[in-house]
Design a protein around this ligand. Sequence first.
Ligand SMILES: Nc1ncnc2c1ncn2[C@@H]1O[C@H](COP(=O)(O)OP(=O)(O)OP(=O)(O)O)[C@@H](O)[C@H]1O
Length: 392
Amino acid sequence: MAMASLFHKTSKTHFYFSLLNVTKRSFSSFSISFDSRTLTPPFQVRSVTTPTEAFVGFDEMVSGTQRKYFMLGGKGGVGKTSCAASLAVKFANNGHPTLVVSTDPAHSLSDSFDQDLTGGALVPVQGVDSPLYALEINPEKTREEFRATSQLHGGSGVKDLMGSLGLGILADQLGELKLGELLDTPPPGLDEAIAISKVMQFLESKDYSTFSRIVFDTAPTGHTLRLLSLPDFLDASIGKMMKLKKKIASATSALKSMFNKEEPQRDDASDKLEQLRERMANVRDLFRDSETTEFIIVTIPTVMAVNESSRLCASLKKETIPVRRLIVNQVLPPSTSECKFCVMRRKDQMRALDMIIKDPKLASLKIIQAPLVDVEIRGVAGLKFMGDMVWK
Ligand SMILES: Nc1ncnc2c1ncn2[C@@H]1O[C@H](COP(=O)(O)OP(=O)(O)OP(=O)(O)O)[C@@H](O)[C@H]1O
């Protein structure tokens, strides 16, 4: 059902989600009513004196068949998954074969789509016009499997497993470094490395070539920043490893040629490391390519969330990651009832919105408000509904 008709159903409208096959959530303490006299599509809260945009610029996001990546991130619980999943549904319904990937160790894509998307493989999402696949990368589980395989087979399965993750080259190189021990005390960023390796597979594998839109539901801020800076970190580490290997290789071949008169061997390992380095550089460049990639910050109108978003925005800009849009989710509409709680809460939210427009970093972004609705957004129909109100 079109949203406009939902709005015109009654003057004081509770969202009629049952028509949309959305799981109804009961608010025991209060339920928010949206008044169609004050709230007009697309859910613009008109009394808010912020320079928020009526349109997110979806036309620009959807145009072209060239592959584009959208990464949604922000503080925990602000609605990243709902926004990412609704964007993926909207892309698929606009003709793009789409892949939505969760790199958050605490996945909620399955809950959001109301379908079992677990298992670490591509799972088709039902109920959309073009192919939509979801992938939940579970780095912790993978690390556990990794350790178990390593113990079971005395390390023989490690290489296969790493190979299946796109990390085979690393396995070769790290073979002598006792991986089991490494996994007992994983270095910071290992989980993100596994996520990155999947991204590298997207870039290279034929299986993924059909997807023209890839949407990432990222982990809360700290993880995301590590994920984004990891290619640089690995690039530097690999650089050091390569130098070391080259030194060892040249010393070894010099010795060999002295004693055995053998021809110096070509160092395949170094070639592979060079390939890995290139892959990492590609990933790093991809993150920073404003033609193909965009990071969208999701926040809610609270002082804590706005402060964190401001820091995230600063870090992204420092890393030269393209960031242009800020979704302010769960905005309360003006209350027409006597509900003191709602009035106070909204006042508080207005203060946080004011902070956004006074924040030099955030104010430069396209700011889009999405209202707090009185039902839980779940399933493709609910996500379509959300997508139609956010992604205009
Ligand atoms: N605009 C909204 N109105 C009402 N409920 C919402 C809205 N946006 C999100 N929610 C609900 O808020 C909860 C958290 O949303 P979601 O899982 O998308 O957040 P998240 O930022 O991905 O969380 P996490 O950091 O835990 O992964 C869900 O129950 C979701 O349905």
